[in-house]
Design a protein. Structure first.
Ligand SMILES: [Zn+2]
Length: 133
């Protein structure tokens, strides 16, 4: 499979915050799961794909000063645990904001930003990050 088709295949998941909701207990999960960790066998066949609103709030955060090479240019940046309005907690980078604006309870929303660019092919991959409301 080529790099390009792989990206196309993942596009739905990259451009939307897609998770699964268990129709048995109503809990939502991100990233998507095949089986609800609460209902186990009873959730089989009852996991439904849902698109999250992208709204949430910061429940914990850290300022990253020492990043892996591909993120070096962005240092320092804020990495936060975000509780989505639908319930799941995800880890994501906060963009376009200075750390003084971030606190526990800060309302954020999802935005799409360039994650990486493939130098040879020119392919640009986008992914989700979060911005302060
Ligand atoms: Zn469940």
């Amino acid at each position: 499979m080529t790099e390009l088709s792989r990206i196309w295949r993942e596009t739905e998941y990259r451009y939307n915050l897609i998770g699964y909701k268990c129709k048995n207990c109503g809990n939502s999960y991100f990233p998507p799961r095949d089986i609800c960790p609460k209902c186990h066998r009873e959730s089989i066949g009852k996991m439904e794909k849902v698109k999250f609103s992208g709204n949430g709030e910061v429940i914990s955060y850290t300022v990253v000063h020492d990043a892996p090479p591909s993120f070096k240019r962005q240092v320092p940046y804020v990495l936060a645990l975000i509780k989505l309005s639908e319930g799941p907690v995800i880890t994501a980078q906060i963009v376009d904001s200075v750390e003084e604006k971030i606190d526990i309870g800060t309302k954020v929303h999802m935005v799409f930003r360039k994650i990486r660019q493939d130098g040879d092919s020119g392919i640009i991959e986008y992914g989700y990050k979060f911005a302060v409301n």
